[in-house]
Design a protein around this ligand. Structure first.
Ligand code: NAD
Length: 312
């Protein structure tokens, strides 16, 4: 398979690239390295340092490589940045994506896999329920609006030009290589700070000192497995990629600190504006294709080990 991965130097994209190279796919990566790192990629993976907002350059890459399948992972991936700069977010996440979709149309790409968000697209998930793919979309941030808008474009591209697609709505993905210095990615932030002996902040769900928000944490290796089915056209349409289990921020902190064997100082802070209180996704649709999900404790152990090796 000739696979082009946008955002392939990023956290999730680089795991996708590793998995597909190991399966013998012919892979190229397009990434502008705004948050991704060249070191995340094997030295023999063809790499184009190109911004998806540059339509001519994107068309040049497609003309040279002629991908059969495109995995679109590149994005401005921070909800809080999208709140501060909705225009910049839309330029990359909507207009940049349209450049990639137009190139797919021009060069006859057969299948498109899109990294959407299950964690943000459904809005607040009421207590004791899980958001399923059929739920009405209820974006609460410019980031989620942009992801929802691309999902609509994909329906239009399939209808008008026959481009088949898989939309993967990721929950909160964690694992090795996640950036601990960004504004999201609490697992990476906690791992890095706890291992360095630094204080960590727990943002409240409602009032300072409570258990914190509830999230559905999915291991990046499981995301990569689901993605491998998607690029082969074995998953068509829309799928949540999640464990279906909720974990509070404080529980997560306890788990990371017990696995790391270090007890950090904890600062309890008020809720962060724009944070959803609860987000848990129903994974029954995808679970009939993927065998089993990594238990949080096992995934956290692998992640702590990776951070401890990379911190030296
Ligand atoms: P990441 O920031 O590590 O990866 C994004 C990659 O896209 C980076 O390598 C970055 O350099 C690249 N990129 C950004 N803007 C670009 C541009 N204009 N042109 C070319 N490349 C560009 O983030 P991630 O967590 O690996 O996210 C991958 C995808 O998954 C994103 O689309 C994100 O919105 C989506 N997603 C992530 C999560 C999560 O929990 N991490 C959850 C839901 C959805």
């Amino acid at each position: 398979m000739k696979l082009l991965v946008t955002g392939g130097a990023g956290f999730i994209g680089s795991h996708i690239v590793d998995g597909e190279v190991a399966r013998g796919s012919e892979v190229v990566v397009v990434d502008n390295l705004s948050t991704g790192k060249k070191e995340n990629l094997g030295s023999d993976v063809p790499f184009y340092c190109v911004d998806i907002c540059n339509r001519d350059e994107i068309f040049r890459v497609f003309r040279e490589f002629r991908p059969e399948v495109v995995s679109h992972q590149a994005a401005q991936a921070s909800v809080s940045i999208s709140v501060k700069d909705p225009y910049g977010d839309a330029m990359v996440n909507v207009m940049g994506t349209l450049n990639v979709l137009e190139a797919c149309r021009e060069f006859g790409v057969k299948h498109f896999v899109f990294a959407s968000t299950g964690g943000a697209i459904y809005g607040e998930v009421p207590e004791n329920s899980k958001a399923s793919e059929e739920w009405t979309l209820n974006p609460k941030s410019p980031y989620a609006v942009a992801k929802a808008s691309v999902e609509h474009y994909l329906r239009v591209y399939r209808h008008n030009y026959g481009l088949s697609y898989t939309i993967l709505r990721y929950a909160n993905v964690y694992g090795p290589r996640q950036d601990p210095y960004g504004e999201a990615g609490v697992v990476a932030i906690f791992c890095e700070r706890i291992l360095r002996g630094l204080e960590v902040t727990v943002y409240a769900r409602r009032s300072v000192g409570d258990e914190g928000c509830i999230r559905d944490y999915v291991y990046v290796g499981d995301v990569e497995k689901a993605h491998s089915l998607a690029v082969r056209g074995r998953l068509l349409g829309v799928f949540n990629v999640s464990t279906g289990k909720g974990t509070t921020t404080r529980r997560l902190l306890e788990l990371i600190s017990s696995i790391a064997g270090k007890k950090p100082g904890v600062l309890f802070a008020p809720p962060r504006p724009g944070d959803l209180e609860v987000s848990i996704l129903d994974n029954s649709k995808i679970s009939s294709y993927v065998d089993g999900w990594t238990e949080l404790e096992d995934g956290i152990r692998k992640t702590v080990e990776w951070f401890s090796r990379s911190l030296g």
